[in-house]
Structure formats: structure tokens, C-alpha cells
Ligand binder design. Structure first.
Ligand code: HEM
Length: 543
């Protein structure tokens, strides 16, 4: 039916486009479309005006050209906490040509990792990181987009699934049992706990990666070398590099970070390559050997590398294919580097706090005896029942999060957080370490008191949904290895604490100072003496 002229003024903006009643659906659609476009235009105008109006966050002045760079120091996490006392929970730092924003309150963190998670899901890898990750081809440092989404989805769904982790338990168990039996031979001898934890982790991760292990005589030597390289890498990744702040002068590599990083990367690349060659060839080489029953390409493989190799084949038909070789080595770097250093650092922190707080240690040991019994070894199925140990681990993650500044985020476009403009391309640090020690949130924050996590166990879980407690980050970039990290950390600690009595060497000072790197570690290694606790020596020999 034609629409009369008299009715025209009553019609909305979109309706004049459609003249017939039979056009009702297209007409309604058009109307909605026009309204949506108008609303979008209105809101984006409003947002632009809001951004235009919102000032930059406050922050220290610095000096011309260099900005705050000369005053930064090496211990970023400490410096950032100090600056927050003057400038508040959100402030900016101009470092050379780059702008950094540091955020340290739960409500501001929520604006970033929940309300505007999509906007802040990018990374801005620095020079060292780009080298370490094959040009930011990994999960941790690639910006969001099809490549990151693909890798992360495959990793989380196929490798970190409960089914896959259950299937690889056998390998974790074997490695931890082997470590306990080695430790039995060192009864009464002082042990570097961080080094020991790293060796357990590297062997466990290696074993899960491809079902093989480092050859007997090479085991400790390669593990120690690997640790040295990862420690170097952690320092290089975490320390301020002038070339990052002045890209125009990057070619000078004034601090030699690029040169040094390439050297470390070459070593790690050779290592990963021989691992892949060995897995693909289904054999052994001078470093690695496969476990019994794990040779032969046609067997059902449960290790991560073979899952990846199969995924790789699937990717042939994928709509957004990736550079398979680069991506495979980059993702292995995330697992081998990201998974070992963080987890072993946390084993050392938990052990330090337990030795420092003997009453807590006693409660942990008592719980282990009750749940497991002194005539049995720990199994993964015991872990959920160890409520007090789990609370002690959470408390250590609160006081000593391995990545207290998470991995910095970079907004896609300029946006507003806490009433301040965060310009596009700036680096945003979420200072979780500072939030975890905020006296406005935590009662007596510097005390190690696992009980605070027992009062309401669901309140602070590790999922990053409570912005007062985020040791694994939050939102779409939360730690992709969390399910494995949780299993390994608890299993290794429960095994060490159940099987041995741990003591500090006579007269040794137990101190808690830390040093900054991308992973924040103990300043001085924890040395402790193990003595067997279980009823019979045979238990230590079991595999
Ligand atoms: C106690 C051990 C660990 C801690 C404390 C830890 C902590 C973290 C944190 C804080 C982030 C950054 C999250 C963010 O930006 O919001 C992260 C990212 C990541 N972690 Fe972990 N992690 C641990 C173990 C692991 C393990 C075992 C793996 C792999 C097997 C792993 C793989 C990753 C990956 C791939 C990312 C990048 C995620 C992304 O950007 O999409 N982590 N981790």
C-alpha cells in the first residue's frame, strides 16, 4: 500500500526508503540499520570527544629526549611500586620515544583485562623477545589475529586438555620419581633447591614434549647449561634495552642485548632442532634417547611434540595457514622456556617460605601424611585433596608471582582507562605484584598466611576472574599453560615435601629478597638439606 504524504512526518528516518507494505521486513531492517549507524556514529563521536578530553595519566617528568630512562634502574617491579606511591594507581613513563603506562589497582585492571580485553590483547615484543620467539611467532608475544588465535586454540584444546594431560601423567611421574631416587642418594647433603627444581622441570617438560629424555651421562650437564641459558635469556628479556626506546638507533645495539640474545637463541635453536629431528626420525642422537616402548612413528603418541606434528598436518588445510616450522619452534620455546623457569622459580619460592615458616611446613607435612600415608608415594589423584598445600602455593604466588608485571599489553587504538587516555601503541604493565601486596586489599599483606585462602577457597582461584589476585594473568591472554603449571607445581612440591624432611644448613640465613628479570627469582639461591622421611627405602626406588 502506498504511503500517504500526510503520514510522512510520522515516519522514522529509515522508512522513507521503502514505499510498499510488502517491504515491511526490508523496511524494518533498513530502519534498524540506520538507527545502528547513527548510534555508532554518535557513540564513536562521544568516545573520540571523551578521549580528546581525557588527559594522559600523571607521571614523573624525566629529562629531554631520554625521558625517565636514566632513573629507571634494574629492578622495575620495585621502581614501579615506588612511583605508584607518588603518582597513584595509574601513571605514565616516557622512556625515549615510547610511552609506558603502569596500572596497579583491581578496578583499573578490570577495565583493561575484562571491559576492554579485546582492545588490550596485543603485545609489543621488544628486540630481545622478537629474536627469542622466531619473530614473535609464538603464543605469548604474537599479537591477536588469526595466527595467535589458531596457535592458542590448538595449544589449549589439544595439548592442555584434561585428556592430554592425563595421558602424559605417566611421563611426569617417571621423571619426578627418578629425581626423588637421585635425591635419596644425596641425603644429608646441601642442595640448591632452584637448580634441583629446574632439573626436574626440564626433564619432565622434555619428557612430555616428545616422550624421550636426555641421555644419562648428559642429563645433569645439559640441564645445568640449559638453566644458565634460560637465566641469561630471562635477564635479557626483562632488562631495559636502549635500542627498544630509540628504534632509530637500534642498529648500534649499544648495550649488546641483540648480539647476546642471538647467541643464546642459537644455542636454544640447536637444542630444539635436535629434539625435533630426533622425534621425527623416531630415534636417538648424542643428546636424547627415547623411552622404552616409545620408538616407532606409527605408535599412538601422547607426547606434545607428536600432537603438534599431527596438528601441523591438519594445518595444511586450514584457512589461515601458518609458517609451520617457525611456529613449531616458537611454541616449543614457550613451553620449554616459559614452562620451566616460571614453575621451578615457584617451587623455590614455596620451599623458601615453608622453611621460613615452620608452623606452615608442619601443617603441610601433616596433611600429606594424612592424605597419602608414609608408606605410599604421591600420585596426581591425591593433589585436589591437599587443601592446605594448595593454599600455601596460592599464598606464595601472591607474595612472589613469577611474572609480577605479567606480559605487557598494547592497545589497538587510543582508549580511556580510569579517566585517562591510553594512547594507541603504548605499553601497559599490570602491576599484579603490587596489587597482591596492597594493604587496602590484604590483611597484613607481607605475612605468609595460607589460611587466608582457606576461608573461602573459591574466592581467589587462579582463573584471573578476581582482579585482586592474578598470578597467571587474566582475560584472553591469561597463561595458556595454567592447567599444566598447576599440576606440575603441586605434584613436584607434594613429592619433595612428602618424601623428605627439609632443613636449612646450620647457621644459614633464610632471606626473601628477589631480583628482577622477566621471571622474578630469589636474589640468593635457597640451599636446603633433604633427609628421607618415608617408611622404607624401596619406596624411593619405585618408578
Ligand atoms: C607457575 C608457573 C607459571 C606461571 C606463574 C605463569 C604465569 C604466566 C603469566 C602471568 C602470563 C601472562 C598472562 C597475561 O599477560 O595476562 C603467562 C603467559 C603464558 N604462559 Fe604461563 N605461567 C606458568 C607456567 C606456564 C607453563 C607450564 C606454560 C606452558 C607449558 C606456560 C605458557 C604460557 C603461554 C604460552 C603464555 C602466553 C599466553 C598468551 O599470550 O596468549 N606458562 N604465564
Amino acid at each position: 500500500m502506498p504511503v500517504g504524504d500526510s503520514e510522512r512526518p510520522l515516519l522514522s528516518l529509515g522508512l522513507w526508503l521503502a514505499k510498499e507494505a510488502s517491504d515491511a521486513i526490508p523496511r524494518a531492517t533498513t530502519t534498524l540499520l540506520v538507527i545502528a549507524i547513527a548510534a555508532l556514529g554518535f557513540f564513536s563521536l562521544l568516545k573520540r570527544r571523551r578521549i580528546a578530553k581525557a588527559p594522559l595519566p600523571p607521571g614523573p617528568q624525566g629529562v629531554p629526549f631520554l625521558g625517565y630512562l636514566p632513573f629507571l634502574g634494574a629492578n622495575l617491579h620495585r621502581k614501579f611500586a615506588e612511583l605508584a606511591e607518588t603518582y597513584g594507581h595509574i601513571y605514565k613513563l616516557q622512556l625515549g620515544s615510547k610511552l609506558y603506562v603502569v596500572v596497579s589497582s583491581p578496578s583499573l585492571a578490570k577495565e583493561i583485562v575484562r571491559d576492554q580485553d579485546m582492545m588490550f590483547a596485543n603485545r609489543d615484543p621488544n628486540i630481545a623477545t622478537t629474536i627469542a620467539t622466531y619473530g614473535a611467532m609464538d603464543i605469548a608475544f604474537s599479537s591477536q589475529g588469526p595466527h595467535w588465535r589458531n596457535l592458542r586454540k590448538l595449544f589449549v584444546r589439544k595439548v592442555m586438555s584434561n585428556a592430554s594431560l592425563d595421558a602424559s601423567y605417566r611421563l611426569r611421574r617417571q621423571e619426578v620419581r627418578k629425581a626423588l631416587s637421585d635425591l635419596y642418594g644425596k641425603s644429608g647433603v646441601p642442595v640448591d633447591v632452584g637448580e634441583m627444581a629446574f632439573l626436574i622441570l626440564i626433564n619432565t617438560v622434555m619428557s612430555m614434549l616428545w616422550g624421550g629424555t636426555l641421555k644419562g651421562e648428559k642429563r645433569d650437564a645439559v640441564g645445568a647449561e640449559f638453566r644458565k641459558m634460560i637465566a641469561k635469556q630471562s635477564v635479557l628479556l626483562g632488562s631495559p634495552n636502549v635500542s627498544d626506546f630509540f628504534p632509530a638507533f637500534a642498529w648500534l645495539d649499544l648495550q649488546g642485548v641483540e648480539r647476546e640474545m642471538k647467541r643464546v637463541h642459537e644455542w636454544l635453536d640447536d637444542f630444539l632442532q635436535s629434539l625435533i629431528d630426533c622425534a621425527v626420525g623416531g630415534g636417538t642422537n648424542e643428546l636424547f634417547e627415547q623411552k622404552e616402548g616409545e620408538s616407532g612413528r606409527d605408535e599412538q603418541k601422547t607426547d606434545f611434540l607428536h600432537i603438534f606434528l599431527d596438528i601441523e598436518m591438519d594445518l595444511e588445510d586450514n584457512q589461515s595457514p601458518i609458517d609451520k616450522n617457525g611456529a613449531l619452534k616458537a611454541i616449543l620455546t614457550d613451553i620449554v622456556v616459559g614452562g620451566t623457569d616460571t614453575t621451578s622459580t615457584m617451587v623455590e619460592w614455596v620451599m623458601t617460605e615453608l622453611l621460613h615458616n615452620r608452623n606452615v611446613m608442619n601443617k603441610v607435612v601433616h596433611e600429606l601424611a594424612e592424605v597419602v600415608g608414609e608408606d605410599k608415594m604421591i600420585e596426581e589423584h591425591h593433589l585436589p585433596k591437599l587443601k592446605y598445600l594448595n593454599a600455601a602455593i596460592k599464598e606464595a604466588l601472591r607474595l612472589h608471582p613469577a611474572l609480577p608485571l605479567l606480559v605487557p599489553r598494547m592497545p589497538d587504538a587510543s582508549c580511556v582507562v580510569g579517566g585517562y587516555t591510553i594512547p594507541k601503541g603504548s605499553n601497559v604493565f599490570l602491576n599484579v605484584g603490587s596489587i597482591h601486596r596492597d594493604p587496602a586489599i590484604w590483611d597484613k599483606p607481607s605475612e605468609f598466611r595460607p589460611e587466608r585462602f582457606l576461608e573461602d577457597p573459591d574466592k581467589y582461584d587462579l582463573s584471573g576472574n578476581d582482579f585482586r589476585y592474578m598470578p597467571f594473568g587474566s582475560g584472553r591472554r591469561i597463561c595458556a599453560g595454567l592447567p599444566l603449571a598447576e599440576r606440575m607445581l603441586t605434584f613436584i612440591l607434594a613429592s619433595l615435601l612428602h618424601s623428605f624432611v627439609w632443613e636449612s644448613p646450620h647457621g644459614a640465613e633464610l632471606e626473601l629478597s628477589d631480583k628482577f628479570g622477566i621471571v622474578v627469582k630469589k636474589m640468593n639461591p635457597l640451599i636446603a638439606i633433604p633427609r628421607p622421611r618415608l617408611s622404607t627405602p624401596e619406596l624411593y626406588m619405585s618408578t
